[in-house]
Each structure stands twice: as C-alpha cells, then as structure tokens.
Design a protein around this ligand. Structure first.
Ligand code: OAD
Length: 248
C-alpha cells in the first residue's frame, strides 16, 4: 500500500497528532479482539456477559478466571510493529497523544510514554467495594481473592460495560482530539462510546482524520483518509514516509 502524497504532506506539516487505538492494534500480537470470534475456552461467552458489574456479582469466579486467562495471554504477548511504530512516532512531533481503549499495556511495553488508558489496564487489580488499587493480597486459594483492607472481592482495574470511564483519562482524550491537527483512528470498530466519539470530535474541530483498519467501520465514510490495511503493515509505512519527507 502506498501512503497518499496529500496525507504525507499533512503528516509532515503537523505539529500536533493524536492517535486512538483499539484491539486491532494488538491483534498482530496474538491478543484476540472483542468482536472477532472468541477463541478457546471462552467461545461460548460474549464479553458483554463477562465484562459487567452484574456478571461479576452473579459469578465472580467465572469473571475473575476469564480475566486471568486474558492476563496470561497478554503477559505472553509481545508488542508488534504497530506498537513500535507508534512509539517511534511519539518523538517525531512536538505534541503527540496516544489514547487507547486497550487494557493490555502493550503500548507502554513498546516504549510509548504518553499513553492515556480509557478502559483501564488488565494488569492492575482493585477492590470491587472500595475501588482502591491492590498490589498484593493473601493467596489463600479463594477465587476471586479478597481485599486485604476491607475483605471485598478483588477485580481487574478495567472499565466494564455500564461503568463510567476514568474522568481524567476521558478529559485528556477529549482535549487531545479537539486540539490536534491530525488524528489517527487505528484498529477500532468505532462502536463503543464515548471512545468511539473521539474521531468525530477531532473532525468537528478541523483535524485531518485517518482511519487505519482492514475493514469498514461506521466512521469510514467520514474519515479524511482511509488506509484499508493492518496496523502492523500500515503504521511502519506511515513513519517511513514521514521520515523520508523530512529527510530523516
Ligand atoms: P473490536 O474487537 O470491537 O474491533 C477491532 C477492530 O480492529 C475491528 O474494526 C477490526 O476490523 C480491526 N482489526 C482487526 N485486525 C486488525 C489489524 N491487524 N490491524 C488493524 N485493525 C484490525 O475492538 P475495539 O474497537 O477496541 O471495551 O472495541 C472497543 C471496546 O469494546 C473495547 O475497548 C472493549 C470492548 O467492549 C470495554 O471493555 C469497555
């Protein structure tokens, strides 16, 4: 795929860039996306049946074990060329904001420093009752384990359906969408709000918005540019084209 000349020019001229990533960016690291088929043990459940407060209260053991399965998958995964390209991009612009819906921490492991996690991080654990982060607890064999402070059930520090997003993260993400000259929407189905509203917000604020996704999404027809390919294939090409345009 060649990067359109007009896009390279805008990329080269941009002083502020904001990127929104979704599960598609981690797909090439072997981390299943949400709306592609769930693999293995969990094929019979949908994330909506597992990633909600009601599902957790109904069957805390099942939900905790689903996240343990995902934590192991993520711990064994490695950043792929998409994560590495975004980490390199951060140093190529005066202002660069990376906003992710992913909870796998792969952007940070790839070297990205300024990462806003809209949906939390699966490697962090908190107490369901007092909402405080917990880093160590007694491994008594109870599943889920109990909060060492108040005895409440422990849960992953991720945003579930029907739960509000972390306020500060959403404010940072919204400002970053409003203030950037160029916005990349990468590997997201653009279905889950408020994150899915960020590309539109950027467009409304006058930014050039690029969608990178092998498939169409509800935002595809609104995008300024559509690069129909994988994140791991397209993002490195974008970085190369940018560096070539600046003779880097
Ligand atoms: P989805 O699983 O909804 O969408 C993944 C997107 O990535 C799809 O549009 C795919 O076409 C695209 N895709 C697949 N492989 C790709 C690749 N190699 N390169 C680029 N794109 C690729 O995941 P999200 O959009 O991230 O929320 O889902 C948004 C939110 O819904 C998640 O954060 C999660 C989920 O429920 C919560 O858990 C609150």
């Amino acid at each position: 795929m060649t990067i359109p000349k007009a896009l390279v020019e805008r990329l080269a001229a941009a002083k502020s860039v904001t990127v929104l990533t979704g599960a598609g960016v981690s797909a090439e690291s072997g981390v299943p996306t949400f709306r592609d088929a769930q693999t293995g043990l969990w094929a019979k459940y949908s994330p909506e049946d597992l990633a909600t407060p009601r599902a957790f209260l109904r069957n805390p053991r099942l939900v905790w074990e689903w996240y343990e399965w995902r934590r192991k998958l993520v711990a064994d995964a490695r950043p792929n060329p998409a994560h590495l390209a975004l980490a390199e991009m951060e140093s190529l612009f005066p202002a660069f904001d990376l906003v992710t819906q992913n909870v796998d921490g792969l952007h940070q492991r790839a070297g990205s420093r300024n990462v806003t996690e809209l949906h939390g991080n699966i490697m962090r654990t908190k107490c369901y009752d007092d909402n405080m982060l917990v880093s160590t607890w007694d491994h008594t064999g109870e599943v889920p384990p109990k909060c060492p402070r108040c005895g409440g059930l422990l849960r992953p520090d991720v945003v579930w359906f029907e739960e509000p997003l972390p306020e500060a993260a959403l404010k940072t993400a919204t400002n970053a969408a409003r203030q950037c000259q160029l916005f990349l929407s990468v590997g997201t189905s653009t279905l889950v709000y408020p994150a899915a509203g960020l590309p539109e917000e950027a467009l409304r604020s006058g930014a050039t918005v690029v969608e990178i996704n092998p498939h169409r999404t509800p935002f595809t027809d609104s995008a300024s540019f559509v690069l129909a390919g994988s994140a791991g294939g397209v993002l490195p090409k974008l970085v190369e084209a940018l560096k070539a345009s600046r003779n880097l």
